[in-house]
Design a protein around this ligand. Structure first.
Ligand SMILES: CC(=O)SCCNC(=O)CCNC(=O)[C@H](O)C(C)(C)COP(=O)(O)OP(=O)(O)OC[C@H]1O[C@@H](n2cnc3c(N)ncnc32)[C@H](O)[C@@H]1OP(=O)(O)O
Ligand SMILES: CC(C)C(=O)C(=O)O
Ligand SMILES: [Mg+2]
Length: 568
């Protein structure tokens, strides 16, 4: 027998499957969110949170905007019980936040749960018992009616005890735990039995929570199960249909989203999907998925690095660098074509429509989750291209590298990164760029240059310029006067008046003012070509745009010297 042959599907499709949810293409409003970080998340930690850690996490969950928080299983431990007492006795629960607690259907546990809640303003008492075929057969060794009786007993007791505390606004919740391994008709029946005992009203609705305690099926099957339950629950209008997906198959978010389309009103989950085994469903991802469809998720993740920090501190878990919306690398584009598209997309947005976000490869504006464009988005390594390199140099240093020069600079950075086998920071990139191209005065340095405009006023006569220059070549000084039909031409002719033989022709020239912080105000770019057709770029900077262009020419000629050594 092959190993895989010991498995078969363990879920149940509804007797009358329907898929009306398929017709809806996105979620149009935020569900009721319930954080179960402090209960389901907490029970999955190697060392559950201390009272102080729970308090800190509770306050942070309130800050994000959760209005319903399952704070624990008060009968589980002293810390759990004390935590509730502290929240209530010290009046730490905001008026608009409802505490939720979990209990098994056992008298002493239910009683202890209510004791923990004495004095609370609002509370959800959450009752569960297992309903799946496996649990009925193997754990409870009980018939369907005996399992229903466990639920009914718990529901009756909860209702009865709650009546003794009229000052607390109680809401009741029931979960057929292991719902995904339960026959749908049985799940429907047991939930309806509980609903009938609790007799919900529009003012006092009940919550029926359908957990994918273990995620067992494709997400569309889960959605069909939710749709079936939604259509077959008693008093549906007075029932809040809650979903509680886990992530065993890695599709917890899909379960939640399709489940919402299928009739779910509420989601129980955790930050970043902490929870038993592969976790509870990740509320951050569901909320941000909604956000990127233009729907207000009613939770505030605008400072995601802070959320990550708070979560990691409280749980001791880490957020993966690839975790949707929150991982350290989720906005990083290393690859050339992605960088090129992002850089162009950012510029297009600025010029065409800053109100919308459609930048390729970035499903969300990093600023909307507290991340930066600088450093977070375009990052340079050996997979990068000219567009990305030019983008970061322009963004951080204000140098607009001309299009024909970009490939050369891009390949230079790619090679450096490849050889060093590491990412390059923008600072390193600029240093390499600067060392190689900008004001490269070895061996030629023009230490003084004074221009005169010597054009004729005769019509048809072209402009001409003369320059007096002091040229230093390897320490040898030449005082030269020369002329040309432009300033650069005059300098170039002057260079050729030295005993050296500079054989090149101009290919292109461009210049711009530098907007970013810089000691210089202007940058110029010159490309020359030697006799063999090799091209050499030089970049010059100076306060004076004319001298910037002279510096660019000298840099280009000096760079040519690296290949074609000057001869006298
Ligand atoms: C999917 C979920 O996340 S469900 C929530 C799970 N979370 C936790 O269990 C964390 C907190 N739990 C605890 O601290 C403990 O389990 C307690 C305090 C609740 C109970 O402790 P104990 O009674 O000592 O142990 P234990 O949990 O093993 O009890 C098992 C018994 O409870 C029964 N039981 C389990 N769940 C339920 C339930 N929901 N309703 C009624 N009985 C239940 C079992 O059938 C078993 O019965 P048996 O004694 O007749 O065999
Ligand atoms: C208690 C229930 C809702 C639970 O956590 C689960 O089934 O996963
Ligand atoms: Mg759970």
């Amino acid at each position: 027998m092959k190993n895989y042959e010991k498995y078969k599907v363990g879920y149940f499709v509804p007797p009358v499957p329907s898929c009306d949810w398929v017709k809806k293409d996105h979620i149009t409003k935020a569900p009721r969110w319930c954080s179960v970080d402090l209960r389901d998340g907490n029970q999955a930690l190697i060392v559950p949170m201390s009272l102080d850690e729970k308090l800190e996490m509770f306050q942070y969950l309130c800050k994000i905007g959760f209005k319903e928080i399952e704070v624990g299983f008060p009968a589980a431990s002293e810390t759990e019980f004390e935590f509730l007492r502290t929240l209530i006795d010290k009046d730490l629960v905001p008026d608009d936040v409802t505490l939720q607690v979990l209990t098994q259907s056992r008298k002493h546990i239910i009683e202890k749960t209510f004791n923990a809640l004495i004095g609370a303003k609002h509370a959800v008492v959450h009752l569960y018992n297992s309903t799946s075929v496996a649990q009925r057969q193997q754990v409870f060794k009980a018939s369907e009616s005996e399992i229903i009786e466990i639920a009914r007993e718990g529901a009756r007791l909860i209702k009865e005890i709650a009546e003794q505390y009229p000052d607390t606004d109680f809401q009741f919740e029931y979960s057929p735990e292991s719902f995904t391994g339960t026959e749908m008709e049985f799940a429907r029946d047991i939930c309806n039995e509980v609903i009938d005992i609790w007799e919900p009203t529009p003012e006092q609705k009940v919550i029926i929570n359908l957990p994918a305690t273990v995620e067992m099926s494709l997400p569309h099957v889960f959605a069909s199960q939710i749709e079936y339950m939604s259509k077959n629950l008693h008093d549906r209008e007075n029932v809040v249909l809650s979903l509680h997906p886990h992530n065993d198959r890695g599709t917890g978010v899909a379960d939640a989203e399709l489940g919402l389309l299928a009739g779910g009103d509420r989601i129980e989950g955790t930050l970043f999907g902490n929870g038993e085994r592969t976790g509870n469903v990740d509320i951050v991802t569901i909320a941000m998925n909604m956000f990127t469809h233009g729907v207000d998720p009613k939770l505030n993740f605008s400072n995601m690095p802070e959320v990550v920090e708070a979560y990691e501190k409280a749980t001791g878990m880490t957020v993966d660098p690839r975790h949707p919306y929150s991982g350290a690398l989720v906005f990083a584009a290393f690859s050339g074509s992605h960088q090129d598209a992002i850089a162009k997309g950012m510029k297009w947005r600025e010029a065409m429509d800053p109100t919308r976000w459609t930048v390729p490869y970035l499903p969300v504006d990093p600023h909307d989750v507290g991340r930066e464009y600088d450093g977070d988005v375009i990052r340079i390594n050996s997979q990068s291209g000219k567009g990305g390199v030019a983008y970061v140099i322009e963004r951080d240093y204000g140098f607009v590298i001309p299009n024909p020069m970009r490939a050369e600079v891009g390949y230079m950075m790619k090679d450096i990164s490849d050889k060093h086998h590491e990412e390059l920071s923008t600072k390193e990139i600029f240093n390499y760029f600067s060392e190689e191209y900008i004001n490269y005065f070895d061996p030629i340095d023009i230490t003084d240059a004074t221009f005169k405009h010597t054009s004729s006023t005769k019509s048809g006569a072209s402009d001409s310029f003369s320059v007096d220059m002091r040229i230093d070549i390897n320490g040898e000084i030449f005082n030269i006067n020369s002329e040309g039909n432009g300033r650069l031409d005059a300098v170039s002719n002057g260079l050729n008046k030295t005993p050296y033989n500079f054989n090149y022709k101009f290919v292109t020239y461009s210049e711009h003012a530098i907007s970013a912080d810089s000691n210089s105000k202007a940058a110029a770019y010159v490309c020359i070509e030697d006799q063999l057709g090799n091209q050499f770029w030089g970049v010059g900077t100076h306060d004076d745009i004319i001298l910037a262009s002279v510096n660019a020419l000298v840099s280009a000629v000096n760079r040519m010297n690296k290949k074609d050594h000057f001869v006298r």
